[in-house]
Design a protein around this ligand. Structure first.
Ligand code: NDP
Length: 445
C-alpha cells in the first residue's frame, strides 16, 4: 500500500511542480492512510485518492481596481472547488500578498477533510488573491472586493460554492463582497457567503468560533489525560480573528495567556494579555501589535527572535502556515510544552509535528482543532435557509457539541487504527473515510 501511496504522491509532485505547500498537505494526509486502504480495498478500486488530489475545478481571474489616487492595479484572484461529494464547496477567501495557487490548493485540500470532520454537508474549497489589504482605505478595499466579486459571482451560490473569510478577509470584506453579489444577481441569497454581520444574516458566534473551537479542542485533549487549562501558561501566535478569540476562550477557561504576535513581531505581557485592548487595537483601530504596547507599557515588543522562545505549557499557533518549525518545536519541548493545538492551517512544519509526537506532547492538527469556524459557517447557512437567527447560547452550545464530537471521533479513530493519541492520524482517517464513502456512492464523476 505504501508503494501505491508513494506513486500518488509522486504524481501529485509531477503534475503540480513548484507547489510546495500543496505537496506538503497531500503528503501529510497520504502518510497516514495506509491502514485504512488495507481495510477498504474499495477505495483503491474506485480511484478515490487519484480523484481527491485533483481539484474538481479551478478559476484564476484578473482583478483590476483603482486606488484613491486614481492609479490602476491588477491582482490575481483564485477560487478552487476541490471536492463536493459531501456538499457545496465551502472554504474561505484569503487576501494576502503571499497568496498563490499552491497556497490556495493546500488550503482547499485540507478543507475537504476538515469539513468532513464537522459532519455537516459541506465540500471543500478555497480562494483568495495576492491583494495586500494592509494600509488600504475602506474605499480601496471596497473597490477591490467589488472587482473580485464581479469575476467570481457566476461561479458561486448557496448550492454550489459558499466562500467565507480567512487571512485578510473579515466582516468588512464579506459585506462588500455580498453587496456586489446582490447587485450583480438581483437576488438576496444570504447563504452564498458566510461570516456576514449579524444584523443581516450572520450567525452569532461565527466571529469567535475558530479561536474558541481551537481552545475547546485543546481542552478535550487535556481532559483525556486528566488535565485542564486552569493556570496554564499559554502562548498564541497571530493577533487576527483566530488568535484573539483563542486568547479570550483560554482566559475564560482559567489559563494565563502571555504573548501574541503579528508579522512585525511579538508582544510579551507577563501580567496576562488584555484581550479587550487587543480587540480595540486590532479590530477597531486596525493597528499593529506595537500599538498595544503603547497603551500598555508593562508589555514588551520584540522584533527579533521567535515567539516560541517563550516558555509555555500550551502553544496555539494561530497566524499562518509553516510558522512553527523544527527549531521552534525543539525550544518549546525543552521548555516543557504539553499541548500544541493548531488554530491556523498547517502552522507546524512536518518535522515540528514529528518532534511533538515523539515527545508525547498532545498535538491537535488544524483540520480538527480549527474546524469550529467552518462548522459555525455551516450553522450560519442553516439559519439562512430557515430564515432564523439563533441566540448566542444556542450557537455556542452547538459549537461545543461539534468540537467535542470531532475530538471524540479523532481519538476513537486513532485508537481503532492502533495509534491512540495520534490525532493527526485520527483526523485524517476519520475525515477521509466519510468523504471516500460519498465518492464511491456517487460513481465516477
Ligand atoms: P487574520 O487576517 O485575522 O489574522 C492573521 C494574523 O496572522 C495576523 O496577526 C497576521 O499578522 C498574522 N500573519 C499572517 N500571515 C503572516 C505571515 N506570513 N507571517 C507572520 N504573521 C502572519 O486571519 P485569521 O485569524 O482569520 O487566520 C489565521 C489562520 O487561521 C490562517 O492560517 C487561516 O487559514 C486559519 N483559519 C482561519 C479561520 C477563520 O475562521 N478565520 C478558520 C480556520 C482556519 P499581519 O497582520 O502582520 O499580517
Amino acid at each position: 500500500m505504501q508503494d501505491y501511496l508513494e506513486r500518488i504522491y509522486q504524481d501529485v509532485c509531477q503534475v503540480n511542480p513548484a507547489e510546495p505547500e500543496f505537496q506538503q498537505a497531500v503528503h501529510e494526509v497520504l502518510d497516514t492512510l495506509s491502514p485504512v486502504l488495507k481495510r477498504h480495498r474499495e477505495f483503491v478500486d474506485a480511484g478515490v485518492l487519484e480523484r481527491l488530489v485533483e481539484p474538481e475545478r479551478q478559476y484564476i481571474f484578473r482583478v483590476p481596481w483603482v486606488d484613491d489616487d486614481g492609479k490602476i492595479h491588477v491582482n490575481r484572484g483564485y477560487r478552487i472547488g476541490f471536492n463536493s461529494a459531501l456538499g457545496p464547496y465551502k472554504g474561505g477567501l484569503r487576501f494576502h500578498p503571499s497568496v498563490n495557487i499552491s497556497i490556495i490548493k493546500f488550503l482547499g485540500f485540507e478543507q475537504i477533510f476538515k469539513n468532513s470532520l464537522t459532519r455537516q454537508r459541506i465540500g471543500g474549497g478555497k480562494g483568495g488573491s495576492n491583494f495586500n489589504p494592509q494600509g488600504r482605505s475602506d474605499a480601496e478595499i471596497m473597490r477591490f472586493c467589488q472587482s473580485f466579486m464581479t469575476s467570481l459571482y457566476q461561479h458561486i451560490g448557496e448550492y454550489t460554492d459558499v466562500p467565507a473569510g480567512d487571512i485578510g478577509v473579515g466582516g468588512r470584506e464579506i459585506g462588500y463582497l455580498f453587496g456586489q453579489y446582490r447587485r450583480l444577481t438581483n437576488r438576496y441569497e444570504a447563504g452564498v457567503l458566510t461570516g456576514k454581520a449579524v444584523n443581516w444574516g450572520g450567525s452569532l458566534l461565527r466571529t469567535e468560533a475558530t479561536g474558541y473551537g481551537t481552545v475547546l479542542f485543546a481542552a478535550s485533549m487535556m481532559a483525556k489525560r486528566g488535565s485542564d487549562l486552569e493556570d496554564k501558561r499559554v502562548v498564541v501566535s497571530g493577533s487576527g480573528n483566530v488568535a484573539i478569540y483563542a486568547i479570550e476562550k483560554a482566559q475564560q477557561l482559567g489559563a494565563h495567556v502571555v504573548a501574541f504576535s503579528d508579522s512585525s513581531g511579538y508582544v510579551f505581557d507577563e501580567a496576562g494579555v488584555d484581550v479587550a485592548l487587543l480587540r480595540q487595537v486590532k479590530e477597531v483601530q486596525r493597528g499593529r501589535v506595537a500599538d498595544y504596547v503603547k497603551a500598555r507599557p508593562q508589555a514588551t515588543l520584540h522584533t527579533k527572535g521567535s515567539i516560541w522562545d517563550i516558555p509555555c505549557a500550551i502553544a496555539l499557533p494561530c497566524a499562518t502556515q509553516n510558522e512553527l518549525d523544527e527549531a521552534a518545536a525543539r525550544t518549546l519541548i525543552a521548555n516543557g510544552v504539553e499541548v500544541v493545538a493548531e488554530g491556523a492551517n498547517m502552522p507546524c512544519t512536518p518535522a515540528a509535528v514529528e518532534l511533538f509526537q515523539a515527545a508525547n506532547c498532545l498535538f491537535g492538527p488544524g483540520k480538527a482543532a480549527n474546524a469550529g469556524g467552518v462548522a459555525t459557517s455551516a450553522l450560519e447557512m442553516e439559519q439562512n435557509a430557515s430564515r432564523e437567527q439563533w441566540p448566542a447560547e444556542k450557537a455556542e452550545a452547538k459549537l461545543v457539541r461539534i468540537m467535542a464530537d470531532i475530538h471524540e471521533e479523532c481519538a476513537e479513530t486513532a485508537a481503532e487504527y492502533g495509534e491512540p493519541g495520534n490525532y493527526v492520524m485520527g483526523a485524517n482517517i476519520a475525515g477521509f473515510v466519510r468523504v471516500a464513502n460519498a465518492i464511491v456512492d456517487q460513481g465516477i464523476i
